[in-house]
Design a binder for this molecule. Structure first.
Ligand SMILES: Cc1ncc(C[n+]2csc(CCOP(=O)(O)OP(=O)(O)O)c2C)c(N)n1
Ligand SMILES: [Mg+2]
Length: 595
């Protein structure tokens, strides 16, 4: 989450005896905020798995596929903010299987610690099993990759990898421990003591003053928050209230600002955003962006208008001004900078605030949100209306319930129609954008937050990728409600094919009998076939005390497009060169006529 340092220390912990590499790795992991590891054992990791099975602090969890393990580990990091998700996997095949999850963490700035075994380094033979240069393989989707050469390197290397994962822009790291080091013992006198990570204090007085000045002189300020603001939603709310400014979020940062706050406008602020957000930001003359890198999704394919007066706070100096020039750049940890900015604004604005502006902005947001919801609720047919579904789900869930969401049309329906109320309560694969995330992520989320409700919204196509991971939830007795949006298609893509191509290539799924899948894995099965079944179906799915997940077959209606889909299609077409735009439009017209 933060830039910072792990205080260097010379403190050592005495070992004074022979230890195996597996023992040393377990020891190192036990010093870190690691509660679970995920993966599938192989001959290169059985010694380490045996060690972990004896740990009182860490629970090794068997996944059905390393990709699922990686998504589960990712959710541990995302939903807690304190723990780090950890994988223990075999070299080569385990790593390639896990790569979608590792890449997801890399582009979304989520810390993850990947421990892999490695071929023997004490024999001369080549062509060993899983023999591949893993550091090269992982290069491009990790912040750092290490291969330890001897026993005494194991503990400091794991500590160094952890520090790398959580400092600056967080991300995944990989440590390879050759199997011979794990299996065999060597004398170890002592190991370094672990010192917890300390965020660095920023010294940005001049920039903070400039930011206060810009925001105070704005007539129509707006606030845009991303995942990097997920731990500062309270001071951000105070800034918004002081300025009377609407707040919009990114997709990844949906939980960075409470959806039931009267200044919450929606996701994004381009024409691909909810009308409340598009309208609230229409005349924005000064934008305060916090922990948001203006990526493709929340900007509606870069179709948003950003004012020249942009105050940009981000942990990544490279993200500041990358897509839209920043007037004031505040590079650093939002947990340090935002409270300072709030104090500066309070000192300047005092107790007066912008009450009139705030009332006006709030009233407009409330009106637009109501109108949008009503527009959705009027769209009735014999399938399940998404707005009615999400309203009822919100009503039955507690405020701090966690929702894991996959990638597809359902993602944007959830973003537009479900009110997220608590930080780190909505997680989905964003910039790497890998389908298959939600089912395994819910396993990690529930393990890390056993007292809280955990639900998943997953497309039928994504469920086909990793849905069998629900057996892990069954085995571990995790009460998770998996709401599968069953529309028979890869809808987010098929909707995009409809107009330009007038045909659906490879986006229609085979018929899936979810009841059979539920029976096969031992999960409860619930069906919601129409609007009359929503209330009871959700209640059955959320019924706790049964120690068993539910797979809910939701016969969803996708016939109304999200604002996101409508907006990005228009924006994308505008960026096409004239000749290609003409070719696309001409072909669409022709196919509409000729079929
Ligand atoms: C691993 C992967 N493959 C392909 C895609 C491209 N893709 C994005 S959304 C989507 C459709 C998802 O279908 P489904 O899970 O049924 O959700 P729906 O859109 O129908 O809600 C596809 C194929 C992707 N993002 N990730
Ligand atoms: Mg689908």
């Amino acid at each position: 989450m933060a830039s910072g340092t792990q205080t260097q220390t010379s403190a050592r912990v005495r070992i004074g005896g022979r230890r195996t590499g597996a023992w040393l790795a377990r020891y190192a992991l036990e010093q870190l905020p690691v509660s679970h590891t995920f993966g599938i054992p192989g001959v290169h990791t059985t010694e380490l798995y045996d060690e972990l099975s004896q740990s009182k602090k860490i629970r090794p969890v068997l996944s059905t596929h390393e990709c699922c393990g990686a998504f589960a580990a990712d959710a541990i990091s995302r939903t807690t903010g304190e723990q780090i998700g950890c994988l223990v996997i075999v070299p080569a095949a385990g790593v390639t299987h896990a790569m979608s999850g590792i890449g997801e963490c890399y582009l979304d700035g989520i810390p993850m610690l990947v421990i892999t075994g490695g071929p023997r380094t004490d024999v001369e033979f080549g062509y060993q099993l899983h023999g591949i240069d893993q550091q090269r393989l992982a290069d491009g989707i990790v912040k750092g990759a290490w291969k330890v050469r001897e026993h005494r390197e194991i503990v400091p290397t794991i500590f160094e990898a952890y520090r790398t994962a959580v400092s600056g822009v967080p991300g995944p790291v990989l440590v390879e421990i050759p199997v011979n080091l794990q299996l065999f013992s060597a004398p170890v006198d002592d190991v370094p003591a672990f010192v917890a990570f300390v965020p660095e204090a920023a010294s940005l007085r001049r920039e903070l003053d400039a930011a206060v000045q810009l925001l105070c002189r704005a007539r129509s300020p707006g606030i845009f928050v991303g995942w990097g603001a997920v731990d500062v939603s309270a001071p951000v709310a105070q800034i918004a209230e002081l300025l009377g400014a609407p707040v919009s979020t990114t997709l990844q940062g949906l939980s960075a600002f409470p959806g039931n706050h009267p200044l919450h406008a929606g996701m994004g602020f381009s024409r691909a955003a909810d009308p409340a957000a598009e309208n609230a930001f229409a005349g924005c003359d000064c934008l305060l962006a916090i922990g948001a890198s203006f990526g493709e999704i929340p900007t509606g394919s870069f179709g948003c208008r950003v004012p020249a007066d942009l105050v940009h706070i981000d942990i990544s100096p490279a993200a500041i001004g990358r897509n839209f020039p920043a007037q004031v750049a505040l590079a650093g940890d939002s947990r340090v900078i935002v409270p300072e900015l709030l104090a500066g604004l309070q000192a300047r604005v005092g107790g007066h605030g912008h009450g009139e502006r705030r009332a006006r902005v709030q009233a407009a947001i409330a009106k637009d949100k109501n109108a949008y919801r009503e527009e959705w609720q009027r769209h009735i047919n014999d399938r399940v209306n998404p707005a009615l579904f999400f309203t009822e789900l919100r009503r039955q869930l507690l405020d701090d319930a966690i929702m894991t969401v996959d990638d597809g049309n359902h993602t944007f329906l959830a973003a537009e129609l479900f009110e997220v109320r608590h930080p780190r309560c909505f997680v989905s694969p964003t910039d790497f954008n890998s389908m298959g995330y939600a089912v395994p992520a819910a396993v990690g989320a529930k393990l890390a937050n056993p007292q809280r409700q955990v639900v998943s919204i997953v497309g039928d196509g994504a469920f086909l990728m990793t849905g069998l991971e629900s057996i892990t939830a069954v085995t571990l007795g995790l009460e998770i409600a998996y709401f599968v949006f069953n529309d028979g298609e890869l809808s987010q893509i098929s909707q995009g094919q409809e107009i330009p191509y007038n045909r659906k290539s490879c986006t229609t799924l085979g018929e899936i009998r979810f009841q059979g899948i539920a029976e096969a894995v031992g999960a409860r099965y619930v069906a919601i076939a129409n609007n009359n079944e929503i209330e009871n179906g959700i209640r059955q799915a959320l019924t706790s005390g049964q120690g068993c997940p539910a797979i809910v077959d939701v016969r969803i209606d996708y016939s109304k497009r999200t604002r996101f889909t409508q907006g990005v299609v228009k924006t994308a077409l505008q960026t096409f060169p004239f000749r290609d735009k003409a070719r696309f439009l001409g072909r669409a017209l022709m196919r509409k006529i000729t079929g």
